[in-house]
Ligand binder design. Sequence first.
Ligand code: ZN
Length: 344
Amino acid sequence: MNPRERFLAALDLADVDRPPAFYQHLGGARWVLQHSGTTMREGFGSAEAFVRICLSSRSVFGYDNVMAGWGDLLVEAHAHGTEWKFPERDFYPRVARFAVLEPSDVDRLEPVDPMDDEHWSVPLRAASLLGERLGGEAAVVGGIISPFFMAAQMRGFENLLMDAFTDRSMVERMIEVALRSSMMFADHAVEAGMEAVFIDDSTATGQLVSPEMAADLDIANLRPLISRMRDNGIRTIVHNDAMTPYLDLQASASPTCLHFCNSYVDVAATVEGMRGRMCLMPGIDHQELMFRKTPEEIEAAVWSVSDIYGDAPGLIIAPGCELPFKTPMENITRLREACERLRR
Ligand SMILES: [Zn+2]
């Protein structure tokens, strides 16, 4: 099996020769940027530069997919009016000013076609190019944040949560705009040849919201997005690396795959409850393990996950989230090598 076949087969609960290794966002960015001779800033503005960076991630680490979508978590909100600033060193932008500062700003919010936005269109255009250049060698995965998460990036999280108590309709309007833009993304994703889309929904957590609020505001808007992707023939990977994640609620929206951080869940119980219903990506802790520990400890963690999961189809090994910028190269490659040693 080549990496693309392996990755898609695991998502589809079919047999694989070994568990695929999932590469998220721009993990271990230091090595990737160095190899590509390209800056993040260039990648934000140009599909060609973005493609160079993505192809470098594949050459340097050899994971089974490339990812046309970065972990800034801002590009969608920026398209809706949130202003950003880039730090002096080459890294992701941060919020300079939210799109919605007061309730009346909500009336000015409009859904945005991602292809009409200078920055949001970049990963979509890059995905088409990646499909051509990779020639089916590695899976092309797109990325987006969930509608609830997107609304939070337009308003600021604390403000959004306060609004939910004082002016619920305002919150619903922001999420509705986010959902309508996301639906356009889902349609362009299929044209761009994305074979799966990673949806960051790490906002569905007991640390931020009650289960009722997560169900009504987050999952209720995640569900139609997942359905649209499914109707378009695109697989979905729902990501939630929060502590106390509402994985059952997210599973009820029927994504192709659920991705969580092993440090924050009971891995055995989660696998027991969900194996066979959908693909699972148990995440090797990206901060404590991948960033700080040794290759041997990474390999032991991969084996432990594989032992818990057993021989059933539908396992993909991943870091818990985007790997920190300076994650040691030997740790990143060891995760892939450990997967290779699990070959049947
Ligand atoms: Zn994450």
